[in-house]
Ligand binder design. Structure first.
Ligand code: CMP
Length: 136
């Protein structure tokens, strides 16, 4: 059975603001994660709240939604072998302080909020998140 998967990646406002789009895309490409589609977009707070609704019970939810809608982001469909898990390995731990060397969050992340990238955490969520940005 093929293990070629698709996952949703977001370059967050802190990284877009610092002109890191091409550098981060180059990491995916170098690691054989194909960028099938990409889109630069500025979400409203309501759209960000819909995107992150799995986190709605968390104490950081409101700040998270404000942050994701604070500036332009780049949403991408990444495709490749074990793409969901592999992208999470390339990103590193959620908190850049705890991320391993050479991971995207270690290289570019500023804080747990401004951690430069998002990646789907399961195949099921990847489908939902891809639909959120790219359906129709
Ligand atoms: P992300 O992978 O986009 O998914 C949810 C985001 O919530 C996460 O990255 C972090 O940027 C943010 N966040 C803020 N505080 C926390 C926290 N205490 N634990 C986990 N995620 C957090």
């Amino acid at each position: 059975m093929s293990n070629i998967e698709q996952t949703l990646s977001i370059i967050k406002p802190d990284a877009v603001e610092r002109n890191l789009i091409d550098e981060i895309k180059a990491i995916f490409i170098k690691n054989n994660l194909n960028i099938k589609e990409d889109k630069k977009i500025h979400l409203t707070k309501e759209e960000a709240a819909e995107f992150y609704k799995v986190h709605q019970s968390k104490p950081f939810y409101d700040d998270l939604c404000s942050y994701l809608s604070s500036g332009p982001i780049v949403a991408m469909i990444l495709e490749g072998k074990n793409a969901v898990l592999f992208n999470r390995q390339l990103m590193g731990a959620t908190d850049p302080k705890k991320a391993e060397d050479k991971t995207i969050r270690k290289l570019y992340g500023i804080s747990i909020d401004k951690n430069s990238v998002h990646g789907s955490d399961s195949i099921e969520n990847a489908k939902k998140e891809i639909d959120f940005f790219f359906k129709n």
